[in-house]
Write a protein that binds this ligand. Structure first.
Ligand SMILES: CC(C)=CCC/C(C)=C/CC/C(C)=C/CC/C(C)=C/COP(=O)(O)OP(=O)(O)O
Ligand SMILES: O=P(O)(O)OC[C@@H](O)CO
Ligand SMILES: [Mg+2]
Length: 247
């Protein structure tokens, strides 16, 4: 069976530390047409906040046939009840502190007796915006050019056996040459891109360089109608890509 994310053009990333826009609901988020929801954030994420989001989110996702995954930023963000479709656990390739490459994972494996391995997958992160909380949190070295990012993508796929590589520009729109270089370096692995997508055109443009675009803050700051336009942009780009240049 192929991995579910190979069919995803668009993901909404919900931050359980933030409220939904105005009086919007999880049903409104699903109705954007996105393929999947990831629940996660860098700062102030607790198991309680995760659970509060997960319950209504799972119900809406089931109704709209949208996948629902937890993206934990630390071991306490992994909640086993209610049960999400899965866990996308980051491994940060360019972290300055190796705790975020293998250390947190070691602690988690030693402390959590309930890890559901059939639902647990990784995302090999390359963090590119030095001003993002996640860059500070992981002390990431963001001084990378396109060749460096391509090489990291190769390390992830060929040496670490990663199925997902995530070029993360959280908070800013990224360099399409850098994202494209990561994409070109990959053979089978899926390339996620996230950061600063705010319009149809942003999503359309970036979906030409990545397999899946992730939209985060926009859902909290501007709401579901604007996010729906980014879904349309990502889907339009996906349709245009020929079998030769798509992964
Ligand atoms: C071992 C386990 C279960 C977890 C560790 C997982 C790791 C390595 C986490 C490192 C940090 C990370 C990559 C978190 C993912 C979520 C993310 C990138 C959220 C977006 O962050 P920002 O946009 O910078 O944060 P805010 O929106 O909170 O400011
Ligand atoms: O919040 P934005 O800038 O859309 O970034 C999305 C996501 O990649 C964050 O982890
Ligand atoms: Mg953010």
């Amino acid at each position: 069976m192929t991995a579910p994310w190979t069919d995803w053009d668009h993901i909404v990333k919900l931050d359980p530390d933030k409220t939904l826009y105005a009086d919007e609901t999880f049903t409104d988020v699903c109705a954007t047409g996105t393929d999947a929801i990831e629940i996660g954030g860098t700062l102030d994420i607790t198991a309680e906040k995760m659970r509060e989001y997960l319950r209504p989110c799972l119900a809406a996702c089931a109704e709209h046939d949208v996948a629902c995954y937890i993206e934990p930023s630390h071991a306490d963000a992994v909640v086993h009840e209610p049960i999400p479709d899965g866990f996308l656990v980051p491994v940060v390739l360019n972290a300055g502190d190796t705790f975020w490459t293998t250390g947190a994972h070691l602690n988690w494996v030693k402390s959590d007796e309930h890890i559901d391995w059939d639902r647990t997958f990784n995302e090999a992160y390359i963090i590119m915006n030095p001003d993002a909380s996640v860059a500070t949190y992981t002390e990431a070295n963001c001084e990378l050019d396109a060749d460096d990012v391509a090489a990291y993508a190769t390390v992830a796929e060929r040496m670490l056996g990663q199925d997902i590589v995530y070029v993360e520009y959280s908070g800013m729109f990224g360099d399409t040459d850098v994202v494209g270089a990561a994409h070109d370096a990959l053979d089978e692995a899926t390339l996620f891109y996230g950061g600063g997508i705010g319009t149809y055109d942003d999503a359309y443009r970036m979906r030409h360089h990545a397999d899946t675009v992730v939209v985060g803050d926009l859902i909290h700051d501007e709401g579901a109608d604007v996010v729906a336009e980014t879904v349309d942009g990502a889907k339009a780009a996906a349709k245009e890509r020929t079998p030769d240049n798509t992964a």
